[in-house]
Design a protein around this ligand. Structure first.
Ligand code: SF4
Ligand code: SF4
Length: 334
């Protein structure tokens, strides 16, 4: 296993990390086996979130005596100081530890959210307080919006950044180079585009070719998947002609795939278009139907509010048939 030292910290992390989303559908004993397989394979970075239902609890149970062997990360969507401090306490309890190596602002989406987290009494103040108290060691940020991530990188406030990167969503890969130049650790999420890319090995080897990606966070649900991913990475990065072949496939196959860039927003009806498509991906490809439906039900405006005005389609750089896709997604999630 290849390891990287993240320069704003003393973390030495494996190039392949463990993403916590799929753990929600595993049993406690399966998670124990999975973490054991990760440990044996040399994987030492685990990322989870307050928002991934029981993922934190299962990891906490599964780690047992191996806590110190892992660099453990979680994150919270809370935007206020008190809210995030309360989430950190919950994460510590769930993960059965008295410190977390990394705690991240989860998916900062808009300028308003950015201002909220940076304001006095905002989540960033809570993270700094938790860091001073020794509850967390480093502070990171995750986003799906390139604009928000660029802003976060400009601020120089974060030890790590986490952003989607895969052969279908590679339009903002320069963020990884920028972060790397600044000494910010780079974590690539959604390496398989949420299960959209059929060949996991190729998808991982594609990212391994990018020197600016410190850690590829692959969500796995079984020890066999870990072994397959490790074997794939042992083959080394894709050769340029293999990468080109994969990019050609992505151009074709990705014609209906939402990259969550947000250019289609705002919708006059208030529909969070990329979020609806993200939840559809969890429904279709992660076997997390109940969770996706619950989160869809909690959205302020459902996909069915679409009036087919066409404004979003004009703005989508990928030409996605948004109203038709929304109707399909709402049929599954509603
Ligand atoms: S077509 Fe539907 S989703 Fe798109 S902007 Fe109009 S109402 Fe919103
Ligand atoms: S629908 Fe198009 S514009 Fe909107 S987030 Fe998805 S890819 Fe981007």
């Amino acid at each position: 296993m290849e390891y990287r030292i993240l320069s704003k910290s003393d973390f030495r992390i494996s190039r392949l990390g463990l993403g916590g989303i799929p753990l929600q559908r595993a049993s406690a004993s399966e998670v124990v086996a999975l973490l054991s397989a990760a440990y044996d394979a040399g994987i030492n970075f685990i990322d989870t979130a307050r928002g991934y239902t029981f993922s934190e609890e299962l990891i906490g149970q599964g780690l047992q005596s191996r806590r110190a062997a892992f660099v453990l990360a979680s994150k919270s969507m809370q935007r206020s100081k008190e809210g995030i401090l309360s989430d950190i306490r919950l994460s510590l309890k769930n993960l059965r530890t008295d410190y977390l190596d990394l705690y991240q602002l989860h998916n900062v989406r808009t300028q308003a959210e950015w201002e909220q987290v940076c304001a006095s009494g905002g989540a960033l103040a809570g993270l700094l307080e938790a860091q001073q108290a020794g509850m967390i060691r480093q502070i990171g940020i995750t986003a799906h919006s390139a604009e928000m991530m660029a802003k976060a990188l400009d601020s120089g406030l974060f030890a790590t950044m986490m952003f989607p990167y895969n052969v279908v969503e590679n339009q903002n890969k320069q963020l990884f180079a920028t972060a790397h130049r600044q000494g910010t650790g780079t974590l690539a999420m959604k390496p398989l585009a949420g299960g959209f890319i059929p060949d996991a090995g190729q998808a991982l080897r594609y990212l391994a070719a990018d020197p600016y990606v410190d850690c590829i966070l692959a969500g796995v649900a079984s020890p066999a998947e870990i072994e397959a991913n490790v074997r794939a990475l042992q083959r080394g990065p894709l050769a340029p002609e293999e990468a080109q072949e994969l990019e050609n496939w992505a151009k074709q196959a990705g014609q209906e795939f939402c990259r969550r860039c947000g250019y289609c927003l705002p919708c006059p009806q208030g529909i969070d278009i990329p979020m609806v498509f993200l939840l559809e991906g969890y429904y279709d490809r992660y076997e997390l139907q109940g969770w996706a439906r619950d989160r869809y039900a909690a959205l302020p405006v459902p996909g069915t509010a679409c009036q087919a005005c066409g404004q979003c389609e004009q703005k989508c750089p990928y030409g996605l048939p948004i109203p038709a896709k929304l109707a399909r997604a709402a049929g599954k999630l509603g």
